[in-house]
Design a protein around this ligand. Structure first.
Ligand code: AGP
Length: 612
């Protein structure tokens, strides 16, 4: 998704803007640009392609504002309306050139606004929906920038996160948000604006998140916030718990590899202080419900997208098995639009690493509207889903920069297991069973470390299959969601067409696709149904498909008849998703690396999908 950076202060704006955009690269984009205002005029530098091309153009630019300004805005664009080219890139200007704006989101009624402006002789030059907004702001301008912005936004249908500036009022930035996140960084004699905290982290940890329909006016005196009716609003200043270094690659070739290797420490952070061995339960204070509240829950509905949905599926199995209550997982957009049946004894859990996924946010709002108790499992502090659910559990996994989610998945599963334990202990799970499960949860970082020690062996297997065009992942029980997740990882970063299936499902059609260069990754860990999955793997081998057997330590012999083996630590079924997922992350990573793919920013993908 698009990235926004704004700077108001005393330092050279263009350097800070380009560096901020570089920190947002992971979100996925196809063009980038900045605008600066200085000495009565606005200059813009923008182009399709990568930040490094923009940086070179900015460094060589003779434009006085780019060279001298201390106020500016920047944007990375993930194209929704119009090709990725210079005219469609942001920042957009009005016809007079006195206004510049960057926008995240979708202006749904942009055609109506565009034709209304045309009646006044104002012709847009780009194919984008965003440009009509800056043209409208200029059209509404009568001497006060924030009033013009507020008047224009009242006419907009859709979502926006924007920063606007004008050379009529060069000592001012105006930011506003509806449905597309905007965070302000409050520095020493400077204020930053961004769509994501990673762009402001190097400068300050004091952050203010705008709520929907908020506007912020930034000047040398600081920042003031209003609603669209220009009434003052107050928002909490949050201390971000990330350090700037956490959002750097360090000695790793890719953010994804760094984040795969961060998983032991990330999981330790996710479980720290949340296991009560004396009572054999989990302490999830952010869920803000007592054992009595937990005992009143009759059903848990998990909503999420992509990897987060897969983590929810593991939670569904754990909650039903341990707590003996109904649990269901649904793709967030499906949940939101199918008019779900919700009762007050339902707990709806929204899982979202970014806390900004539009489909998941929409599902949260639908569930709240139907009276459900809603909780969020998010990684980004202060994110929209975290704030709108009002209760939940932060992952504390640190920033996840790679588009392909890795440490977030294993931390989400860790939290779901602790949630299942908490609910189970308010029902029939005995204390000592709770303590045993807690000890296994506590051991998960160690299990992941053992998988990471297999990196070279997994890399050797990966290189045998790097030229394949198709692949299947099969698993049962707790490993069925892991099969789906392993396939998603491989799809996302290697562009191999990989499908995850329940092991029993292959023979009901997909097996028709098997051939000698279509590997099947069979999850044969020691879980209930392993022998059936072994039979399914043999059916694949009988059709000349190479089988990569993922087996539990000590069970290697069952892999003797297959092409390759990946060994993961033996552990209870509900724990197997974490070490097994890490093995499949490494497999996908090394296949993608062997194929020379753009691993951290795969084509067409965005880290946080803030549009529906
Ligand atoms: C996972 O590797 C993908 N990047 C994607 O499926 C992601 O999990 C999904 O978009 C949900 O994102 P969220 O967790 O931030 O809501």
């Amino acid at each position: 998704m698009c990235g926004i950076v704004g700077y108001f202060g005393k330092r050279k704006a263009s350097d800070i803007l380009v560096d901020g955009l570089r920190r947002l690269e992971y979100r996925g984009y196809d063009s980038a640009g900045i605008a600066c205002v200085y000495d009565g005029s606005i200059d813009v530098v923008k182009n399709p392609g990568k930040i490094r091309a923009l940086r070179e153009r900015v460094q060589q630019s003779p434009l006085k504002s780019i060279k001298n300004a201390t106020v500016g805005i920047g944007h990375t664009r993930w194209a929704t309306h119009g090709q990725p080219n210079e005219v469609n890139a942001h920042p957009h200007q009005d016809v007079s050139g006195h206004f510049a704006m960057v926008h995240n989101g979708i202006i749904e009624n942009y055609k109506a606004i565009r034709s209304g402006l045309a009646k006044h002789g104002i012709e847009c030059v780009s194919e984008t929906d965003s440009e009509v907004l800056v043209q409208l702001i200029a059209f509404c301008y009568k001497g006060n920038l924030e009033e013009a912005v507020s008047e224009a936004l009242k006419q907009v249908k859709g979502t926006y996160g924007i920063v606007v500036m004008s050379d009529h009022e060069p000592d001012k930035l105006v930011a506003a948000r509806c449905g597309s996140p905007i965070v302000l960084g409050l520095g020493r004699n400077e204020t930053l604006v961004a769509s994501d905290a990673s762009a402001i982290m190097p400068h300050t940890r004091d952050a203010v998140y705008l709520e929907d329909f908020d506007m912020a006016v930034i000047t040398a005196d600081g920042m003031e916030m209003f609603d669209l009716q220009r009434a003052p609003v107050n928002r909490e200043v949050m201390a971000m718990d990330w350090d700037a270094g956490a959002a750097e690659k360090g000695e790793y070739a890719h953010f994804m590899l760094k984040e795969i290797y961060e998983q032991p420490s990330a999981i330790r952070n996710a479980i720290r202080g949340r296991l009560d061995f004396e009572m054999g339960t989990a302490v999830l204070s952010g869920l803000d419900f007592s054992p009595r509240d937990a005992a009143m829950i009759n059903r848990v509905l998990v909503v999420g997208c992509g990897t987060s949905m897969h983590a929810g599926m593991v939670g569904e199995y754990a909650i039903e098995e341990m707590a003996g209550i109904l649990a269901e997982v649904e793709q967030a957009a499906e949940f939101r639009y199918r008019n779900p049946i919700i009762t007050p004894s339902d707990l709806v859990v929204a899982i979202s690493q970014s806390g900004e996924t539009a489909d998941t946010l929409a599902a949260v709002r639908e569930a709240k509207n139907k009276g459900a108790v809603v909780a969020g499992i998010c990684n980004v502090v202060g994110s929209t889903i975290a704030r709108e659910t009002g209760r939940g559990v932060y992952l504390h996994a640190g920033p996840e920069i790679g588009v392909a989610s890795t440490k977030a998945f294993t931390c989400q599963v860790s939290v779901m297991l602790m949630m299942a334990l908490k609910i189970a202990r308010t029902r029939r799970m005995p204390l000592n069973d709770g303590e045993v499960l807690g000890r296994w949860i506590e051991r998960m970082p160690e299990l992941v470390e053992k998988v990471l020690e297999q990196n070279d062996a997994i890399k050797a297997v990966a290189q045998k299959y790097a030229k394949c065009d198709n692949a299947f992942f099969i698993g049962r029980g707790y490993l069925f969601p892991v099969a789906l997740e392993g396939a998603l990882k491989l799809k996302e970063i290697s562009y191999i067409h990989a499908e995850g299936y329940h092991a029993a499902e292959l023979k009901h059609g997909p097996i028709a696709l098997l051939q000698k260069n279509t590997p099947v990754i069979a999850l044969l860990n020691d879980v209930p149904g392993k022998d059936k999955t072994l039979g399914n793997a043999e059916e694949c081998k009988a059709r000349n498909a190479p089988v990569i057997a993922v087996v539990s330590e000590g069970d290697e012999k069952i892999a003797d008849e297959f092409s390759d083996v990946i060994v993961v630590p033996d552990c209870p079924p509900c724990i197997t998703p974490v070490p097994t997922a890490v093995a499949l992350q490494l497999l996908a990573y090394h296949i993608a690396a062997a194929r020379g793919c753009e691993i951290d920013q795969p084509r067409n993908l965005a880290k946080s999908v803030t549009v529906e």
